[in-house]
Design a protein around this ligand. Structure first.
Ligand code: IPD
Ligand code: CA
Ligand code: CA
Length: 261
């Protein structure tokens, strides 16, 4: 079985497992507004066990159990949008990315509430796979002006309220519409599918976006250099702006990313 086929099956299995606890899994707080459910750990353990059995030499990093990077590394967010998941709000997913030499090669995001799988392979496009439907190739929005753009502004307590509100203010003063739906991975899927024009977050972790960045790029979009040559993005997270080429030039300075060209 190819790595792509393995990932496709694993993401669907993990999504099905996660969905058994949708809205009902016992939850606690890791920190203020930082929700953890019993299912986050269960799904991550399931994914780790499958990878360890199929690819014992690969490195694995997961949100719940950590891990070290390597030449070949799988990056797992067992449930992205956990606050939605715990409240029974139908906007969460499982995200699994696979990187070689520091760059994403495969990415899968499974949206169990809609039984949708978003799958990308470097150089092979980004696809929406739904039961009973033909596979659909994803493409980012062609919008080229900020005053016609909708931007999802991701939020976490890893950055200050002042910095978040200042970013939102700059985005809105630039003419964009703003939304926040509570799953970074599904926000990136929405960009890849052309439903919104951009996703921006001042700090996001690799497990939230490893698969989503590849989906956006393979859908013809543009992301800033999240991963960085020294591997810091995987280890520490980074700022992220994911959009199309035309808007990247306009939006990156608004978010605070300097462009060299
Ligand atoms: C969070 C969500 C949120 C994003 C945060 C993430 P979680 O992940 O993706 O939308 O803004 O940066 O930490 O806690 O739901 O897995
Ligand atoms: Ca997450
Ligand atoms: Ca998570």
């Amino acid at each position: 079985m190819s790595r792509l086929a393995f990932l496709r099956q694993l993401a669907c299995e993990a999504g099905a497992l996660a969905h058994t606890g949708f809205g009902t899994a016992p939850s606690s707080l890791k920190g203020r507004h930082d929700v953890l459910t019993e299912m986050d750990g269960r799904v991550e353990r399931h994914v780790r066990a499958a990878i360890a059995a199929a690819y014992p030499d690969d490195a694995v990093i997961g949100e719940e159990d950590g891990g070290e990077s390597g030449e070949r590394v799988w990056i797992i967010d067992p449930i992205d949008g956990t606050a939605n998941y715990a409240r029974g709000i139908a906007h969460y997913c499982v995200s699994i990315g696979y990187l070689e030499a520091g760059q994403p090669v495969l990415g899968a995001i499974h949206d169990p509430c809609h039984d949708r799988l978003y799958l990308a392979q470097r150089g092979q496009g980004a696809w929406l796979i739904e039961p009973g439907q033909p596979d659909r190739r994803l493409a980012v929005s062609p919008c080229a002006t900020l005053d016609a753009a909708t931007v999802e502004c991701g939020w976490s307590l890893r950055r200050s309220t002042e910095d978040y509100l200042a970013m939102v203010s700059r985005v809105m003063h630039a003419g964009c519409a703003m939304r926040r739906a509570g799953s970074g991975a599904l926000g990136l899927v929405d960009v890849a599918a052309g439903r919104i024009e951009a996703y921006a977050e001042l700090h996001i972790n690799a497990w939230d976006c490893a698969a989503g960045i590849l989906l956006v790029e393979e859908a013809g979009g543009h992301c800033n250099d999240f991963f960085t040559a020294d591997g810091a993005g995987v280890r520490d997270g980074n700022v992220l702006v994911a959009t199309n080429d035309a808007l990247a030039r306009l939006l990156e300075p608004v978010i605070g990313i300097a462009r060299l060209t």
